[in-house]
Write a protein that binds this ligand. Structure first.
Ligand SMILES: O=C(O)Cc1cc(O)ccc1O
Ligand SMILES: [Fe+2]
Length: 469
């Protein structure tokens, strides 16, 4: 590992070329990890005196009485308990662009197709917290039901401070620049093409070993992410449990005067001072954990004869509602894959969906949009808002013809956050200079090829030419 440092976390150098963090693998396991041998108390969670004189502390992600199969909690053995801080105060300056409740006073309803160009990386020093802003969302963190979609641009590591989100779980999708995320359970290196899940309540700090960073964040209130059921696919396929990576215990014991915990609570930021690092957990065990996943490990399934499968076939993780099959938020990807369908319009079909679709692009292009949807950009097609391939993609597909052989879509990684709730869009997202006001134009050129004569419709299109109205 090369060790040319470009950035620091809590005064320590970060390597440019990759970290040698250790991980544990699995999804939903009961994990355990010790940074010092024997630091985990044997046989019990809360001994009178813990090994090494540590404090025992529980963090729960579900109510104590949640059914066992849903129950999430971990035990952290730490040098000082997390309560050891001064009172929370509203953060000054306040942030102002984070929401966890959506209503007429702070956001708008808008059924039109919306698209944003990639937001520029700021010129002024901006860390992950200051660079995070909400785009849209629905429901309320106070009522424990809803979601928010945020994006971030940053150019600076968080310094002597940690973030804690009391509102919900973060699913972070870096698009540019690696993130080194130090959590209470240990450290995660997350590159573009990987995702990280930071469950509600965990303290973490984000360092940027590559400098400029941009990405997307989905936040869910009152639910956690699960692997989707596989139904008739069988016991294997899509995201495999063993490819989810959980940190191993890592701690620092140095004093950190003026260390700040920044707590997001009801969408507002509060700060509390303490004189030590919150990353002081020497050992932990449990099933409530931060984790990461490399999207290139996803094993896609799809049609092998005809027709276009619904995008749910590419679900990586799902945060459920109480209604079976109805997601509060699905995380779906469109990875590189072979297209083999016969006599089929292979790109996504034209559609109106009762669910809402927010899309982002990590790299490459997206099969339904020849122009305008670029890495770092985003689109929002709300409940029942019609959308589908742009005119160029439609015409190129028809021109390609019926006999198209197997074709591989490569160099691409698009994704979708799909929710059953209808989002309101933040004012600043609507007024952003990065809104693509011409988005609707990409469909305006779609022509009628209708003819009342009884003929093979494909011949009509091909013989009459695509440019005939
Ligand atoms: O709208 C989109 O581009 C996402 C999408 C992709 C697809 O293959 C089928 C349906 C769908 O909504
Ligand atoms: Fe769609």
């Amino acid at each position: 590992m090369a060790n040319q440092s470009v950035s620091k976390v809590n005064g320590q150098d970060l390597p440019r070329d990759g970290f040698d963090f250790d991980y544990q693998s699995g999804f939903g396991n009961h994990f355990s990890s010790e940074a010092l041998p024997g630091a985990l108390p044997p046989n019990q969670n809360s001994p009178l005196i813990c090994p090494y004189g540590l404090y025992a502390e529980q963090i729960s992600g579900t109510s104590f009485t949640s059914p066992r199969k849903l129950n999430l909690r971990s035990w952290l053995y730490r040098i000082k308990p997390s309560v050891t801080h001064e009172p929370f105060k509203p953060r000054v300056p306040s942030h102002g662009k984070l929401l966890s409740e959506f209503n007429q006073s702070n956001s708008c309803a808008n059924p039109t197709q919306l698209r944003w160009k990639p937001v520029d990386i700021p010129d002024s020093p901006t860390d992950f917290i200051d660079g995070l802003y909400t785009v849209c969302g629905a429901g309320s963190s106070f009522l424990r039901h809803g979601f928010a979609i945020h994006m971030y641009t940053a150019n600076k590591s968080m310094d002597n401070c940690a973030f804690c989100n009391a509102d919900g779980d973060f699913l972070i999708v870096p698009q540019q620049g690696r993130l080194c995320i130090t959590t209470e359970c240990g450290r995660l290196e997350v590159s573009p093409g990987e995702i990280a899940i930071l469950p509600q309540g965990f303290r973490f700090t984000v360092s940027l070993p590559d400098g400029p960073s941009r990405g997307y964040v989905a936040e869910v209130f009152g639910a956690h992410f699960h692997l989707p059921d596989l139904g008739p696919i069988g016991a294997n396929g899509l995201a495999a449990p063993r490819d989810f990576l959980v940190p191993t215990a890592w701690f620092e014991d140095s004093s950190h005067p003026g260390y700040t915990i920044v707590q997001k609570f009801g969408g507002e930021l509060f700060t509390a001072r303490q004189d030590f690092s919150p990353f002081n957990v020497v050992a932990w065990h449990g099933n409530y954990v931060p984790y990461k996943y490399d999207l290139s490990k996803f094993c896609p399934y799809n049609t092998v004869l005809f027709d276009h499968s619904d995008p749910s076939i590419n679900t990586v993780l799902t945060a459920p509602t109480d209604t079976p099959g109805v997601a509060l938020l699905d995380f779906v990807i469109f990875p590189p894959r072979w297209l083999v369908a016969e006599h089929t319009f292979r790109p996504p079909y034209y559609h109106r969906n009762c669910m809402t679709e927010f899309m982002g692009l990590i790299h490459g292009g997206y099969e339904a949009k020849a122009d305008g949807f670029v890495p770092g950009g985003a689109s929002l097609h709300s409940c029942m808002t019609p959308h589908g391939p742009d005119t160029k993609s439609y015409e190129a597909t028809i021109a390609f013809g019926n006999e198209a052989g197997p074709h591989k879509i490569s160099d691409t990684m698009a994704f979708m956050f799909e929710s059953c709730l209808i989002p309101r869009v933040c004012w600043w997202a609507m007024e952003s200079p990065f809104v693509d006001h011409d988005y609707y134009q990409c469909w305006i050129g779609l022509k009628s090829h209708f003819t009342a004569e009884e003929k093979d419709p494909r011949n009509i299109i091909v013989q009459n030419g695509l440019d005939q109205a």
